[in-house]
Design a protein around this ligand. Sequence first.
Ligand SMILES: Cc1cc2nc3c(=O)[nH]c(=O)nc-3n(C[C@H](O)[C@H](O)[C@H](O)COP(=O)(O)OP(=O)(O)OC[C@H]3O[C@@H](n4cnc5c(N)ncnc54)[C@H](O)[C@@H]3O)c2cc1C
Length: 237
Amino acid sequence: MRYTDIAIIGGGLSGSTAAAMLGRSGMSTVLIDPHESYSADFRVEKISGHTQLERFLRTGIAESVLRRATFVGENWIARFGRLLDKAPSRQFSMLYDSLVNAVRDEIPAGVERICAKAVLVETSTERQKITLSNDKVISARLVVLANGLNVGLRHQLGIARKIVSACHSISIGFDVVPAGRDSFDFPALTYFSNGRATASPTSRCFRSARGCAPICSFIVASTIPGYVSCAARQPRR
Ligand SMILES: Cc1cc2nc3c(=O)[nH]c(=O)nc-3n(C[C@H](O)[C@H](O)[C@H](O)COP(=O)(O)OP(=O)(O)OC[C@H]3O[C@@H](n4cnc5c(N)ncnc54)[C@H](O)[C@@H]3O)c2cc1C
Protein backbone atom coordinates (compact mmCIF):
# COMPACT_ATOMS: atom_id res chain seq x y z
CA MET A 1 0.00 0.00 0.00
CA ARG A 2 1.35 3.42 -1.00
CA TYR A 3 0.32 6.23 1.41
CA THR A 4 -0.03 9.84 0.32
CA ASP A 5 -1.97 12.94 1.27
CA ILE A 6 -3.41 13.60 -2.18
CA ALA A 7 -3.93 11.24 -5.10
CA ILE A 8 -4.81 12.82 -8.43
CA ILE A 9 -6.51 10.51 -10.92
CA GLY A 10 -5.94 11.76 -14.47
CA GLY A 11 -3.11 13.83 -15.88
CA GLY A 12 -4.95 16.05 -18.36
CA LEU A 13 -4.89 19.82 -18.02
CA SER A 14 -6.78 19.75 -14.71
CA GLY A 15 -4.88 16.92 -13.03
CA SER A 16 -1.45 17.99 -14.28
CA THR A 17 -1.98 21.60 -13.19
CA ALA A 18 -3.16 20.40 -9.77
CA ALA A 19 -0.11 18.11 -9.50
CA ALA A 20 2.28 20.93 -10.41
CA MET A 21 0.72 23.36 -7.93
CA LEU A 22 0.36 20.88 -5.06
CA GLY A 23 3.86 19.51 -5.61
CA ARG A 24 5.33 23.01 -5.63
CA SER A 25 3.56 23.80 -2.37
CA GLY A 26 5.20 20.74 -0.79
CA MET A 27 2.08 18.58 -0.43
CA SER A 28 2.55 14.84 -0.55
CA THR A 29 0.94 14.05 -3.91
CA VAL A 30 0.81 11.28 -6.48
CA LEU A 31 -0.45 11.59 -10.05
CA ILE A 32 -2.03 8.56 -11.66
CA ASP A 33 -2.42 8.39 -15.43
CA PRO A 34 -2.02 5.46 -17.84
CA HIS A 35 0.15 7.47 -20.24
CA GLU A 36 3.69 8.77 -19.65
CA SER A 37 3.04 11.58 -22.10
CA TYR A 38 -0.32 13.04 -23.21
CA SER A 39 -1.02 11.70 -26.71
CA ALA A 40 -1.94 13.85 -29.71
CA ASP A 41 -5.56 14.82 -29.46
CA PHE A 42 -8.14 16.66 -31.55
CA ARG A 43 -8.32 19.61 -29.17
CA VAL A 44 -6.89 23.06 -28.94
CA GLU A 45 -6.64 25.64 -26.18
CA LYS A 46 -6.18 29.34 -26.24
CA ILE A 47 -5.47 31.47 -23.22
CA SER A 48 -6.38 35.08 -23.76
CA GLY A 49 -7.53 38.22 -22.07
CA HIS A 50 -6.55 39.72 -18.75
CA THR A 51 -8.67 37.50 -16.50
CA GLN A 52 -7.59 34.18 -18.01
CA LEU A 53 -3.95 35.14 -18.19
CA GLU A 54 -3.81 36.51 -14.65
CA ARG A 55 -5.52 33.39 -13.35
CA PHE A 56 -3.10 31.13 -15.20
CA LEU A 57 -0.13 33.19 -13.95
CA ARG A 58 -1.28 32.57 -10.38
CA THR A 59 -0.58 28.84 -10.87
CA GLY A 60 3.15 29.67 -10.92
CA ILE A 61 3.73 27.57 -14.05
CA ALA A 62 2.34 29.87 -16.72
CA GLU A 63 5.52 31.66 -17.76
CA SER A 64 7.39 28.56 -18.80
CA VAL A 65 4.31 26.89 -20.29
CA LEU A 66 3.34 29.92 -22.39
CA ARG A 67 6.85 30.16 -23.81
CA ARG A 68 5.88 27.12 -25.91
CA ALA A 69 2.63 28.67 -27.16
CA THR A 70 1.97 30.79 -30.24
CA PHE A 71 1.52 34.43 -29.24
CA VAL A 72 -0.86 36.63 -31.17
CA GLY A 73 -0.46 40.36 -30.55
CA GLU A 74 -2.93 41.62 -33.14
CA ASN A 75 -6.22 40.27 -34.40
CA TRP A 76 -7.84 41.42 -37.62
CA ILE A 77 -11.62 41.49 -37.53
CA ALA A 78 -13.62 41.10 -40.72
CA ARG A 79 -17.28 40.77 -41.53
CA PHE A 80 -19.04 39.99 -44.82
CA GLY A 81 -15.80 40.28 -46.79
CA ARG A 82 -14.69 43.64 -45.28
CA LEU A 83 -11.88 44.34 -42.84
CA LEU A 84 -13.36 46.21 -39.86
CA ASP A 85 -10.52 46.49 -37.37
CA LYS A 86 -6.99 45.51 -36.43
CA ALA A 87 -7.40 45.00 -32.72
CA PRO A 88 -4.55 44.51 -30.26
CA SER A 89 -4.75 41.08 -28.65
CA ARG A 90 -2.89 39.13 -25.99
CA GLN A 91 -3.61 35.56 -26.91
CA PHE A 92 -1.63 32.35 -26.55
CA SER A 93 -2.67 29.29 -28.52
CA MET A 94 -1.44 25.76 -28.29
CA LEU A 95 -2.45 22.28 -29.30
CA TYR A 96 -4.01 20.61 -26.27
CA ASP A 97 -1.52 17.76 -25.97
CA SER A 98 1.43 20.20 -26.18
CA LEU A 99 -0.15 22.31 -23.44
CA VAL A 100 -0.72 19.34 -21.14
CA ASN A 101 2.79 18.02 -21.73
CA ALA A 102 4.24 21.47 -21.03
CA VAL A 103 2.31 21.58 -17.75
CA ARG A 104 3.47 18.06 -16.90
CA ASP A 105 7.07 19.22 -17.33
CA GLU A 106 6.43 21.67 -14.49
CA ILE A 107 5.47 18.92 -12.03
CA PRO A 108 8.25 18.71 -9.45
CA ALA A 109 10.15 15.47 -8.95
CA GLY A 110 8.63 15.12 -5.47
CA VAL A 111 5.29 14.21 -7.04
CA GLU A 112 5.32 10.51 -7.85
CA ARG A 113 3.85 9.81 -11.29
CA ILE A 114 2.26 6.39 -11.56
CA CYS A 115 1.61 5.03 -15.04
CA ALA A 116 -1.55 3.03 -14.48
CA LYS A 117 -5.29 3.30 -14.63
CA ALA A 118 -7.36 3.71 -11.49
CA VAL A 119 -9.97 0.97 -11.62
CA LEU A 120 -11.64 1.27 -8.22
CA VAL A 121 -12.05 4.10 -5.72
CA GLU A 122 -13.40 3.35 -2.26
CA THR A 123 -14.08 6.34 -0.04
CA SER A 124 -14.44 6.83 3.72
CA THR A 125 -14.43 9.79 6.08
CA GLU A 126 -10.72 9.29 6.85
CA ARG A 127 -8.85 7.68 3.98
CA GLN A 128 -9.62 6.83 0.38
CA LYS A 129 -8.45 3.64 -1.31
CA ILE A 130 -7.56 3.52 -4.99
CA THR A 131 -6.94 0.23 -6.74
CA LEU A 132 -4.84 0.48 -9.90
CA SER A 133 -4.76 -1.60 -13.07
CA ASN A 134 -1.32 -2.91 -12.01
CA ASP A 135 -2.92 -4.27 -8.80
CA LYS A 136 -1.14 -1.68 -6.63
CA VAL A 137 -3.23 0.11 -4.00
CA ILE A 138 -2.95 3.73 -2.92
CA SER A 139 -4.28 5.17 0.31
CA ALA A 140 -4.90 8.92 0.23
CA ARG A 141 -6.54 11.50 2.45
CA LEU A 142 -7.97 13.25 -0.60
CA VAL A 143 -8.69 12.04 -4.12
CA VAL A 144 -8.81 14.54 -6.97
CA LEU A 145 -10.87 12.95 -9.73
CA ALA A 146 -9.63 14.59 -12.94
CA ASN A 147 -10.17 11.82 -15.45
CA GLY A 148 -12.01 13.89 -18.04
CA LEU A 149 -14.83 12.33 -19.99
CA ASN A 150 -14.25 8.88 -18.52
CA VAL A 151 -17.47 8.06 -16.66
CA GLY A 152 -16.61 4.72 -14.98
CA LEU A 153 -15.13 6.05 -11.74
CA ARG A 154 -17.66 8.84 -11.52
CA HIS A 155 -20.49 6.33 -11.63
CA GLN A 156 -18.74 4.14 -9.04
CA LEU A 157 -18.73 7.12 -6.70
CA GLY A 158 -22.34 8.03 -7.44
CA ILE A 159 -21.36 11.34 -9.05
CA ALA A 160 -23.89 12.34 -11.69
CA ARG A 161 -23.46 14.87 -14.45
CA LYS A 162 -26.23 17.30 -15.25
CA ILE A 163 -26.45 17.68 -19.01
CA VAL A 164 -27.74 21.13 -19.90
CA SER A 165 -27.61 20.67 -23.66
CA ALA A 166 -27.24 17.20 -25.17
CA CYS A 167 -25.19 16.81 -28.38
CA HIS A 168 -24.39 20.49 -28.15
CA SER A 169 -21.41 20.85 -30.40
CA ILE A 170 -19.70 19.46 -33.43
CA SER A 171 -15.98 19.45 -34.16
CA ILE A 172 -14.38 19.59 -37.55
CA GLY A 173 -10.72 19.83 -38.44
CA PHE A 174 -8.83 21.02 -41.48
CA ASP A 175 -5.69 22.89 -42.46
CA VAL A 176 -5.71 26.27 -44.18
CA VAL A 177 -2.64 27.30 -46.16
CA PRO A 178 -2.09 30.63 -47.92
CA ALA A 179 -2.45 30.22 -51.69
CA GLY A 180 0.36 31.55 -53.89
CA ARG A 181 2.22 33.31 -51.07
CA ASP A 182 4.33 32.43 -48.09
CA SER A 183 2.05 33.69 -45.35
CA PHE A 184 -1.25 35.40 -44.67
CA ASP A 185 -1.24 39.18 -44.24
CA PHE A 186 -2.81 38.95 -40.81
CA PRO A 187 -1.33 37.48 -37.65
CA ALA A 188 -4.80 36.34 -36.58
CA LEU A 189 -8.25 36.78 -38.02
CA THR A 190 -11.77 36.69 -36.64
CA TYR A 191 -14.31 36.48 -39.41
CA PHE A 192 -18.00 36.95 -38.80
CA SER A 193 -20.45 35.65 -41.35
CA ASN A 194 -24.21 35.88 -41.00
CA GLY A 195 -24.02 33.60 -37.98
CA ARG A 196 -26.58 31.15 -39.25
CA ALA A 197 -24.17 28.38 -40.17
CA THR A 198 -23.23 26.12 -37.32
CA ALA A 199 -19.93 25.13 -38.96
CA SER A 200 -17.89 28.32 -38.85
CA PRO A 201 -19.58 31.63 -38.25
CA THR A 202 -16.25 32.86 -36.87
CA SER A 203 -12.78 31.67 -37.66
CA ARG A 204 -9.33 32.50 -36.49
CA CYS A 205 -5.90 31.80 -37.87
CA PHE A 206 -2.68 32.12 -35.96
CA ARG A 207 0.76 32.83 -37.30
CA SER A 208 3.39 30.54 -35.87
CA ALA A 209 5.63 32.07 -33.24
CA ARG A 210 8.62 31.82 -35.55
CA GLY A 211 6.90 33.83 -38.24
CA CYS A 212 6.59 30.92 -40.66
CA ALA A 213 3.60 30.54 -42.90
CA PRO A 214 0.62 30.32 -40.64
CA ILE A 215 -1.37 27.16 -40.71
CA CYS A 216 -4.84 27.02 -39.36
CA SER A 217 -5.50 23.54 -38.15
CA PHE A 218 -7.88 21.72 -35.86
CA ILE A 219 -10.83 24.01 -36.11
CA VAL A 220 -13.31 23.32 -33.35
CA ALA A 221 -16.76 24.55 -34.22
CA SER A 222 -19.65 24.69 -31.87
CA THR A 223 -23.32 25.24 -32.44
CA ILE A 224 -23.09 28.49 -30.47
CA PRO A 225 -23.36 31.14 -33.20
CA GLY A 226 -20.16 33.10 -33.58
CA TYR A 227 -17.80 30.65 -31.98
CA VAL A 228 -15.03 28.70 -33.62
CA SER A 229 -11.51 28.24 -32.36
CA CYS A 230 -8.38 26.80 -33.83
CA ALA A 231 -4.65 26.54 -33.23
CA ALA A 232 -1.52 27.18 -35.18
CA ARG A 233 0.72 24.41 -36.30
CA GLN A 234 4.02 24.51 -38.11
CA PRO A 235 3.58 23.90 -41.81
CA ARG A 236 4.15 20.37 -43.00
CA ARG A 237 7.51 20.12 -44.81
C1 LIG B 1 -12.90 17.79 -29.19
C2 LIG B 1 -12.82 18.70 -27.98
C3 LIG B 1 -12.51 20.03 -28.17
C4 LIG B 1 -12.47 20.91 -27.09
N1 LIG B 1 -12.16 22.23 -27.31
C5 LIG B 1 -12.09 23.08 -26.27
C6 LIG B 1 -11.72 24.44 -26.47
O1 LIG B 1 -11.48 24.88 -27.58
N2 LIG B 1 -11.66 25.26 -25.39
C7 LIG B 1 -11.93 24.78 -24.12
O2 LIG B 1 -11.84 25.56 -23.16
N3 LIG B 1 -12.26 23.50 -23.91
C8 LIG B 1 -12.36 22.65 -24.95
N4 LIG B 1 -12.70 21.35 -24.74
C9 LIG B 1 -12.96 20.91 -23.39
C10 LIG B 1 -11.65 20.73 -22.66
O3 LIG B 1 -10.73 20.08 -23.51
C11 LIG B 1 -11.88 19.89 -21.45
O4 LIG B 1 -12.87 20.48 -20.65
C12 LIG B 1 -10.61 19.80 -20.64
O5 LIG B 1 -9.53 19.50 -21.46
C13 LIG B 1 -10.74 18.74 -19.61
O6 LIG B 1 -9.48 18.58 -18.99
P1 LIG B 1 -9.31 17.43 -17.98
O7 LIG B 1 -7.93 17.54 -17.41
O8 LIG B 1 -10.45 17.44 -17.02
O9 LIG B 1 -9.49 16.08 -18.82
P2 LIG B 1 -8.58 15.43 -19.95
O10 LIG B 1 -7.65 16.38 -20.56
O11 LIG B 1 -9.50 14.67 -20.82
O12 LIG B 1 -7.67 14.42 -19.14
C14 LIG B 1 -8.19 13.28 -18.53
C15 LIG B 1 -6.99 12.41 -18.16
O13 LIG B 1 -7.47 11.37 -17.32
C16 LIG B 1 -6.80 10.18 -17.68
N5 LIG B 1 -7.65 9.08 -17.23
C17 LIG B 1 -8.86 8.74 -17.71
N6 LIG B 1 -9.34 7.71 -17.00
C18 LIG B 1 -8.42 7.41 -16.06
C19 LIG B 1 -8.34 6.44 -15.03
N7 LIG B 1 -9.31 5.56 -14.81
N8 LIG B 1 -7.23 6.41 -14.25
C20 LIG B 1 -6.22 7.32 -14.44
N9 LIG B 1 -6.26 8.24 -15.41
C21 LIG B 1 -7.35 8.28 -16.20
C22 LIG B 1 -6.62 10.27 -19.18
O14 LIG B 1 -5.55 9.46 -19.62
C23 LIG B 1 -6.31 11.76 -19.35
O15 LIG B 1 -4.92 12.00 -19.30
C24 LIG B 1 -12.75 20.44 -25.79
C25 LIG B 1 -13.03 19.07 -25.59
C26 LIG B 1 -13.06 18.20 -26.67
C27 LIG B 1 -13.36 16.75 -26.43
